[in-house]
Design a protein around this ligand. Structure first.
Ligand code: HEC
Length: 135
């Protein structure tokens, strides 16, 4: 009896998880390059995950100031601090103080794009099927 319940719960959690994954954004319109980035496939798929360039550089560079205890006077940030749209705007305009004062300077344009892809994909509300792809 107990075992059956565990199996049922596991199945339920499993299905919810899989449907959730399917609703993740798979395309991102990049205003700077005017290109539609297919982030759900191939290289961009890999690089926009936590283990890809996007996820790693976000940890290494952005989180060095925006971590919980970085001591840098920067607000704590994680992927879900903003929605996909919010991140896209931040990266398109680059009007945040740290982008303007050169703190993003350690990053190449490609790396910045990958970080944008990573945040876009893992942002708040990305599991809502109505708020995913931007192109
Ligand atoms: C050298 C430290 C440093 C690095 C590296 C850095 N930031 Fe910042 N960032 C700051 C500081 C400090 C502020 C707050 C400035 C202020 O409010 O006057 C800030 C502000 C921001 C804000 C606005 C937050 C808010 O609540 O208003 C965003 C978004 C942001 N940074 C994103 C990023 C991203 C994305 C990266 C990596 C590409 C990054 N930052 C890298 C120091 C940094």
């Amino acid at each position: 009896m107990k075992k059956k319940l565990v199996v049922a719960v596991a199945l339920l959690v499993g299905t919810t998880w899989v449907t959730g994954l399917e609703a993740r954004p798979s395309k991102r319109f990049d205003e700077r390059t005017q290109m539609c980035r297919i982030i759900g496939q191939g290289r961009l798929d890999w690089e926009s995950e936590a283990w890809g360039v996007g996820g790693k550089k976000f940890q290494e560079v952005c989180k060095s100031c925006h971590g919980r205890e970085s001591g840098k006077d920067a607000p704590f940030l994680h992927a879900q601090t903003y929605t996909s749209k919010g991140w896209n705007t931040i990266f398109a305009s680059r009007r945040v103080p740290c982008a303007m004062d050169g703190s993003w300077g350690a990053l190449s344009e490609d790396e910045i794009q990958f970080i944008n892809d990573y945040l876009f994909r893992n942002a708040a509300w990305t599991f809502d099927p109505n708020s995913s792809d931007s192109c």
